[in-house]
Design a binder for this molecule. Structure first.
Ligand code: PSU
Ligand code: MN
Length: 301
């Protein structure tokens, strides 16, 4: 089994059996601009602490998977120009070359599950891309095989959301609306796609996840939280920017792991500050809901 490295805070939380919430670092290394990325990472950790849980920020340092990061670790990832994006298959590459890496949803939940941490907060998951011959994020297959509660604002709005939702159904990943019966669209509150399950509070979310895993199903549970009203973008405005960004992706022949960061960066530039505000607002909100759900799950077990 791979050796995991823990921060002192996470190690003592595990020993004392306190509720923990995992966080990703691809959003730091391949998402937000510096220094907003570092500030946001700390702000998410603090929201989790305020709610009575312990943050476990995951990343790869010198080729080793790290659960829980010190301030200087996050800064190092944010400033390293050769940092790689670590999805589930990339831990080996990072280890072989002793590289630093920002972990995606797939990478992060893989490490969290090994560490025995059940709750994770992120912005949006990867999924099925639009009009590409074939581009499906490893996030989806990893969600199918990793029993972690993932709190997010749906899938990233650059994706084919109906196809992503259908794939999650195929892969036996329950998609649950948090105080909504509509699938959120990351920057905006609804994609118009209807979900078959919703919960009203963290206790209900925790009970649902527990019931899922008690059936012996080893997949994730996706708890989808719409972005806060005051930060959300109108769907039409966002879709215009997405269409433009998709055109540019084809023009510049962007492929592989670069597609998602490229699209997100362009949408962010095209919509100006509004999408950045929405992104930050929803990330903090998801961290809060995740912490409350981790506390509830802890009380149930
Ligand atoms: N947030 C960003 N940029 C990113 C990601 C998040 O601002 O690149 C990461 C997420 O961690 C997500 C991943 O899991 O992108 C999906 O990338 P791909 O489609 O290559 O699997
Ligand atoms: Mn891809």
């Amino acid at each position: 089994m791979a050796e995991l490295h823990y921060s002192e805070e996470v190690l003592s939380a595990l020993e004392e059996n306190r509720p923990l919430v995992g966080l990703e670092t691809a959003v730091v290394t391949h998402g937000l601009p510096y220094p907003t990325n570092v500030e946001l990472a700390h702000a998410m950790e603090n929201v989790i602490r305020q709610e009575g849980a312990v943050p476990a920020t995951v990343g790869v340092l010198g080729g080793k998977a790290q659960i829980g990061m010190k301030e200087e670790d996050i800064l190092l990832l944010a400033q390293d120009r050769s940092v790689i994006k670590v999805s589930r298959r990339d831990f080996a590459r990072a280890a072989a070359r002793k590289l630093n890496g920002g972990t995606t949803v797939a990478g992060t939940i893989t490490a969290l599950h090994l560490a025995g941490i059940q709750v994770f907060a992120t912005g949006g998951i990867g999924g099925v891309h639009r009009d590409a011959p074939y581009d499906v994020s490893a996030d989806l297959h990893t969600l199918a095989e990793t029993p972690v509660l993932v709190v997010c604002a749906g899938a990233k709005s650059i994706l084919d959301l109906p196809a992503t939702l259908e794939t999650l159904e195929t892969l036996s990943v329950p998609v649950v609306g948090y105080q909504t019966s509509l699938f959120p669209a990351f920057y905006s509150r609804s994609s118009g796609l209807v979900l078959d399950t919703s919960v009203e509070d963290p206790e209900e979310a925790a009970a649902l996840a527990k019931a899922h895993w008690e059936m012996g199903v080893h997949s994730a549970v996706l708890l989808t939280v719409p972005p806060p009203l005051q930060d959300a973008l109108p769907e039409a405005e966002m879709q215009k920017a997405v269409d433009q960004a998709l055109k540019e992706t084809r023009k510049h022949k962007i492929h592989g792991q670069e597609v998602t960061p490229f699209l997100l960066k362009r949408v962010s530039e095209l919509t100006g500050k509004a999408s950045l505000t929405a992104n930050l607002g929803l990330l903090l909100n998801n961290a809060r809901v995740a912490a409350q759900t981790a506390v509830a799950l802890h009380e149930h077990s």
